[in-house]
Design a protein around this ligand. Structure first.
Ligand code: A2P
Length: 279
């Protein structure tokens, strides 16, 4: 598995297995087990997905060396602020049955629609992340769903520059301004919904391109994210798709293909604008 290097020198496997919307219990356990068997070494979950216990059990039962794996989870919105963040982190770690995390992310920023003091809340939460990082409990810390100006605001008070910003990214939804700010600060962008959560798989341009390359739209989307220096987190509960999404070296995307994909008009947006969401 290829990797990206984070801004603190840590290596992160270049494709991660996403677990959003995979229900806790047998389904999440089985999906993560399939993913680990297929060769994924990077698993992405979150407290709000409710599946940390099943993810942790699948990791434990795999018998794989903990140090060969890269595990990410995220702080849920109700747990923001310094004290609550520390407690939420310990709970996630216990649920995952781990003694350290590879990457911990603020799941969504406190936003201006909900909070007058949104910037202060985000700064306080980040201070707790820095504390946990400096204690050696997490190998890297980052954020998720931080639009350009929210990230810029956080950077004003941050002592540790976030290693990652995980955002919605897929053909038809590129968030160019946010990606540019991240990349100019050596903050790795991770793509959630790299396949538009299935909403873009029937797009004619993408279907034609996939046919030309003898591959699937899903694999085109994964390769496209990587071509932009972005780490995709495809999610699947189908064993064939789980395997397929790691196999992308047998076709190329040319500069023209990438231009075609970049020029698609807005497509498959989830509707979740981080500045406006009410959760
Ligand atoms: P399934 O679980 O049946 O594989 P995203 O990662 O953007 O959220 O997209 C996830 C959705 O895309 C899921 O519905 C998943 O369905 C589907 N999916 C994942 N990989 C592929 C693939 N290679 N081809 C087609 N659909 C896929």
């Amino acid at each position: 598995m290829k990797s990206f290097k984070l801004n603190n020198g840590i290596e992160i496997p270049a494709i991660g297995f996403g677990t959003w919307q995979i229900p806790d219990g047998q389904e999440a356990y089985q999906a993560v087990k399939e993913a680990l068997d297929a060769g994924y070494t990077h698993i992405d979950t979150a407290a709000i997905y409710g599946n940390e216990k099943s993810v942790g059990k699948a990791i434990k039962d795999s018998g794989l060396d903990r140090n060969s794996l890269f595990i990410t989870t995220k702080l849920w919105n109700t747990e923001r602020g310094y004290e609550k963040t520390i407690a939420a982190f310990e709970k996630s770690l216990a649920d995952l049955q781990l003694d350290y995390l590879d990457l911990y992310l603020i799941h969504w920023p406190a936003n201006e629609t909900q909070f007058e003091n949104w910037a202060q809340i985000n700064a306080d939460t980040w201070r707790a992340f820095e504390h946990l990082y400096q204690q050696g409990k997490i190998r890297a810390i980052g954020v998720s769903n931080f639009p350009k100006d929210y990230l810029a605001k956080l950077l004003e008070s941050a002592t540790v520059i976030p290693a990652v910003n995980q955002i919605e990214f897929h053909p038809g939804y590129l968030q160019e301004d946010t990606v540019a700010l991240c990349q100019s600060n050596d903050i790795l962008v991770q793509a959630w919904s790299p396949l538009g959560s299935g909403r873009i798989l029937q797009n004619e341009t993408l279907v034609t391109l996939a046919k030309e390359k003898n591959t699937s739209v899903g694999q085109i989307c994964i390769k496209f994210a990587l071509s932009q220096g972005i780490l995709p987190l495809p999610k699947s509960t189908n064993p064939e798709n789980i395997k397929r999404n790691l196999v992308i070296d047998y076709f190329d995307l040319t500069a023209d293909d990438i231009k075609t994909i970049r020029e698609l008009s807005e497509l498959g947006f989830s509707g979740s604008d981080p500045k406006k969401v009410a959760f």
